[in-house]
Design a protein around this ligand. Structure first.
Ligand SMILES: [Zn+2]
Length: 449
């Protein structure tokens, strides 16, 4: 931990500097030890003894590392001359200290950055925050109030923060209506095999990893606010190059932890759209113009082939062109209902100009569609079109159920699996639940009562 404005610097950051950069720091630390005016002080985060930068040659390279001055706290596991093995030292790093020194020094640093912002109203470091609704309070690492921004808490996550603690804190602040930002310290998500508890926090932040490092602290000083380094998740275990981001540039929304870009939902939505794209393309030429010959159109054949490849068969009523036509029309009905629910009615299944007429006609007179009454009912029930069930459409569904009787397509059968693939927002319970949890279930799939 250097004097302000440099602040915390990990050994890894030191190693990443150019020789000129770390060499200058080394010079200034030595100057500081001798009482020069532009000298610097740096302290061990573990024992707060003063440290300096020593070098060691490794192959062709000269590497810098922090070393305690002689006379520092000899019980510090990072003390020069310590006989601890690396593993022992690691284990001892934060051992048993609810409020380790590292933790406290980082909190104080963030608090100082918060105070530099012109909007500063008040802040606390590890102080009891009285709850507004329930009976017990918490000690947030740093609680900050700035004008024109909702109050927020910054919690610093070191590698020893447990999943249960993360969960408890998330829920506590959610109940209290206080925004929570987890800041990771001492990791680089792009190169480290980061611990599970860090991954959990990154996921809760919608695939954003916020790190406080030397660069972020420097940018904070320059911009007179809190700036964090943000790594955006990009696929499995991969991250975009980091960006420096101001706290007030983050999206704060409802119960979700703040984020710069929602990488989790974005990935999920892209996947879903990808699964539907071929069918939208295939059905579009038949909009308001349904014909049984649709199954001969090349784009429809391709889309059917993709489903057959994935599911083996596409109809639970056996092979054959009539069955194919029925499944394609079922998909057309489902997409039409979604378009209506979405407020942009597009009829792929009949030539009617409204969803009621389309459903009533098909459920009333088309035998191959009557057998999908349960599936259509399920779709309506899990969308903003559920009111249709209490009107004529509901009556037609009941009649269709009676007419198809023992031949109804039941949940779990192949057509339902196809729908879980194409419209997971409704038919895949896991995806639907995930979207509800992320507060990202589309309005059309939400049951508004
Ligand atoms: Zn030390």
């Amino acid at each position: 931990m250097f004097d302000q404005p440099i602040g915390a610097m990990s050994a890894r950051e030191l190693l990443s500097l150019s020789e000129d950069a770390w060499g200058t720091l080394r010079d200034r630390l030595t100057d500081g030890a001798r009482g020069h005016q532009d000298g610097l002080t740096a302290r061990c985060l573990r024992c707060e003894s003063r440290v300096f930068i020593q070098t060691r040659k490794q192959g062709e390279r000269r590497l810098p590392y922090f070393v305690h001055y002689r006379g520092g706290d000899p019980s510090c596991p990072w003390h020069h001359g310590s006989s601890l093995s690396i593993d022992e030292a690691r284990a001892a790093q934060y051992q048993g200290q609810q409020e380790s020194r590292t933790h406290r020094m980082l909190c104080e640093q963030i608090d100082e950055l918060a105070k530099a912002d012109v909007r500063y109203v008040r802040s606390t470091v590890a102080q009891y925050l009285p709850p507004t609704e329930n009976s017990f309070g918490r000690y947030p690492d740093v609680y900050i109030e700035w004008q024109d921004l909702a109050p927020f808490v910054i919690e610093i996550q070191l590698s020893n923060t447990f999943q249960t603690e993360i969960s408890a804190r998330c829920h506590h602040y959610e109940r209290e209506g206080i925004n929570l930002i987890w800041v990771l310290y001492g990791v680089d998500p792009t190169t480290d095999d980061i611990p599970q508890s860090f991954r959990d926090v990154i996921r809760r932040h919608r695939g954003n990893a916020f790190v406080l490092d030397h660069e972020a602290i420097q940018a904070s000083h320059e911009q007179k606010t809190i700036v964090l380094k943000c790594y955006l998740k990009h696929g499995e275990g991969a991250y975009d190059p980091p960006k420096l981001v101001r706290i007030d540039a983050l999206t704060f929304r409802g119960q979700a932890l703040p984020y710069l870009e929602d990488r989790i939902t974005a990935t999920l939505k892209a996947e879903i759209n990808g699964q539907r794209a071929a069918w939208f393309k295939a059905l579009e030429p038949y909009r308001d113009n349904w014909e049984r010959t649709i199954v001969h159109a090349p784009a429809v054949r391709d889309a059917i082939a993709a489903l057959s490849h994935r599911f083996g068969v596409i109809s639970s009523y056996g092979p054959g062109e009539a069955e194919e036509i029925a499944v394609v029309r079922l998909i057309a009905i489902v997409f039409t209902v979604i378009s209506a629910a979405n407020g942009h009615f597009r009829n792929y299944a009949t030539r009617h100009d409204n969803i009621r007429a389309m459903l009533n006609t098909l459920l009333n007179s088309v035998e191959e569609m009557q057998r999908y009454a349960l599936l259509i009912e399920f779709l309506l029930r899990h969308s903003n079109q559920h009111n249709l069930l209490s009107g004529k459409v509901g009556e037609h569904i009941e009649r269709a159920k009676a007419a198809a009787e023992g031949n109804l397509c039941l949940e779990g059968e192949i057509e339902w699996q196809i729908m879980a693939h194409l419209v997971p927002e409704v038919f895949n319970r896991i995806t639907r639940e995930e979207m509800v949890y992320l507060d990202e279930l589309p309005t059309w799939a939400s049951v508004v009562t």
